[in-house]
Write a protein that binds this ligand. Sequence first.
Ligand code: NAD
Ligand code: ZN
Length: 383
Amino acid sequence: MKTFEMRTAIHFGDNALGRLKELPYKRVLIITDPYVVQSQMIDLITAPLDAAGKEYDIFCDVVPDAPVGKIAEGVKKFLQYMPEAVIAVGGGSAMDSSKAIREFALRINNYGKVGLIAIPTTSGTGSEVTSFAVVNDTEAKIKYPLVSDTLTADEAILDAELVKSVPPAVTADTGMDVFTHALESYVSTDHNEFSSALAEKSIEICGVFMLRTYLDGHDMHARQKMHVASCLAGLSFNTAGLGITHSMAHQLGAVFHVPHGRANAMLLPHVVEYNSDITKGSRSQKEYLPAVKRYANIAHILGLSNYNKVMSVHSLVNWIQFMQKEMNIPQTIQEMGTITPDAYFLAVDRMAEAALQDTCTACNPRVPTKEDIVKIYTRLWSN
Ligand SMILES: NC(=O)c1ccc[n+]([C@@H]2O[C@H](COP(=O)([O-])OP(=O)(O)OC[C@H]3O[C@@H](n4cnc5c(N)ncnc54)[C@H](O)[C@@H]3O)[C@@H](O)[C@H]2O)c1
Ligand SMILES: [Zn+2]
């Protein structure tokens, strides 16, 4: 038996932030990152709360990639304030930090149900609807996803007003994160009809609107579409899981602070090739691997279909690389120019070990060995 469940009520479209006036809570803790406060974007959140006479406090010390030390600070603040609900405002880092803060605080003092409202300010992670919170153990230099239904937000508010300030580089990285979520969940061994439908729609939107948001951040139609695509992809992978692009990207984030979406974008063409095993001379079976047909379907949705499935997969790889180039995402670690070869190759073995243990590896369509992962990290350096 399989179960498909959506636990989060999603408010979207014009004036979605108006929902804040109607929240059934009087005392809320806003958890966000410093940018949201410094840019005064926070006013878009506090104005409806003020209008509805709600009490609030703000924890605005979230930093990228949700390091455990910052989560501990947030837990302290949460336990001092004892809110009825948390409002998470920000990218994946703020939403994941909020999820972890509420989870750990209630394990220390479970004073009753505390709601969670997630308001994304990037169109990328889909964290507003997932039961994942990716945290960063900065001492061990490992990023790993916590997975539990108790982490899931009660409500998500998708208001594209909040994403129009996202700079082009972050728009590119987060857009590719959306695409990677949809693609990995689509080929995952745990995919089902519901997750596939969500992924297909998300990919269709990425095909039309991702580049538009990069080229013109004030194209509000495109921003709105990508905000929804991000959420659709989140719903998809929440039930179907992801794959080794994410397992490997988590390590690049933990060890070298490569932004999450950027790491995914760089790894994705290599992982598609690995999962389909169609590169010349490398095919080990007579029959094509199951992912080949699924990737070919995606190529079809993107309007790339070719006269056979293998050509379609090659077209998909080319499309991903084309998007990378158009959005100025480096294709290799060497091209990034921030990591020395010595540091990189010294870390590869340990990153491969950690990637193999990452939860996302379990539903990758091809079962990788450590050597396979080392090979992909090696190709990523300069291939
Ligand atoms: N929980 C999940 O399901 C899930 C899924 C994928 C990724 N993640 C995690 O999410 C994190 C990445 O999240 P992200 O890609 O959204 O990036 P982020 O939250 O780290 O934000 C990236 C940068 O963009 C800035 N920013 C955010 N919104 C902005 C706006 N509207 N205008 C201008 N700047 C803005 C932030 O201040 C930050 O400097 C990673 O830790 C990743 O592992 C979680
Ligand atoms: Zn991701």
